[in-house]
Design a binder for this molecule. Structure first.
Ligand SMILES: Cc1ncc(COP(=O)(O)O)c(C=O)c1O
Length: 303
């Protein structure tokens, strides 16, 4: 991770090294926080933030679910993200807005705590494994959180304890990433990515009702599939569907389109990056780098 120089915190741009919170910050203790992961890319027209509006809308939806009142209006947050990217002068960066229950009162009830909002940016080159080679996954022994116990569609800090357990297990066992099943045994998602398979030349991804976050990269891939005439279906996927798929890949803001070449020591397809995965990945890379005019509306040029 290449760190930035400034962090936006409650309306002020602070030096990276001075952006601290108190040890008794409520959200740190009780996991009440919502965040986004957004990316900015270098394009011919300058630094552009990919699907900024969709990400900030999701931030507000996550906040609503957790009864977090973000103390800034939508347009102010949009401007603050741009201001932070600009202040850090990083043409390619990952952007992390986070709203959390602030220092003030302790105890499980968060309703009386103020909400802090921070926006940080940094540079992540490869989030998991190498794009060129593809990655190896395991099916986690941890089941994905279930909508009956935690709100899966909120991108909330607390949810990532489940993700981190799965990811640690995968890494300790020599894999790059974990794929998690839901409590009914259907594929939900990965620790921080959505899952796609190609089966009989058709693209498939689990529905959000299977426990998958409504990923913005997932949505982008479905639009690309439509544009390129690739048939797709949103449907439940079983563990054996994964093993027998012709191609498997993961999608997420940090990871991009990540080909999977092995799951639980079963080689996927012929063990190389599949044709449909390559095609989708290359269009995705072109869109995010401003090389696909048809999708230019998804890019917000940093003013
Ligand atoms: C649990 C989880 N699923 C899926 C995704 C992919 O979502 P997106 O494509 O919006 O980054 C993420 C990343 O935000 C995630 O954390």
């Amino acid at each position: 991770m290449l760190k930035g120089s400034k962090i936006w915190y409650n309306g002020k741009l602070l030096d990276w090294n001075n952006a601290y919170i108190h040890i008794l910050t409520h959200g740190l203790h009780y996991g009440i926080g919502v965040f986004e992961g957004i990316r900015a890319f270098e394009t011919e027209k300058g630094t552009a933030i990919f699907r900024l509006h969709e990400h900030i809308k999701r931030l507000y939806t996550s906040a609503k679910i957790y009864m977090i009142n973000i103390p800034y209006g939508y347009d102010e947050v949009i401007d603050a993200v741009q201001e932070t990217v600009k202040a850090n002068a990083m043409p390619n960066c990952y952007i992390r807005p986070i709203a959390f229950t602030a220092y003030g009162l302790m105890g499980v009830n968060p309703l009386k705590n103020n909400i802090d909002l921070a926006i940080a940016v940094w540079n992540w080159s490869e989030y998991i494994g190498e794009d060129k080679k593809g990655i190896k996954c395991m099916i986690s022994s941890w089941r994905r959180i279930d909508p009956r116990t935690m709100p899966v569609q909120a991108k909330a800090t607390a949810n990532y304890a489940n993700s981190a357990l799965a990811r640690m297990e995968a890494i300790k066992n020599g894999y790059d990433e974990a794929i998690m099943l839901n409590i009914d045994g259907m594929v939900a998602e990965s620790s921080a990515e959505n899952v796609f398979i190609v089966s009989n030349n058709k693209l498939k991804t689990p529905p959000t009702t299977a426990g998958a976050l409504e990923g913005i990269t997932r949505d982008t891939i479905l639009h690309i599939a439509e544009y390129k005439g690739i048939k797709y279906e949103i449907t439940n996927i079983t563990r054996d569907d994964l093993y027998s798929a012709e191609e498997v890949f993961l999608t997420g803001t940090a990871a991009g389109v990540k080909p999977v070449i092995e799951i639980d020591n079963r080689v996927i397809g012929d063990g190389a990056i599949g044709e449909i995965t390559s095609k989708l990945k290359s269009v995705y890379d072109d869109i995010t780098r401003g090389k696909e005019e048809r999708f230019a509306k998804w890019l917000t040029l940093v003013k």
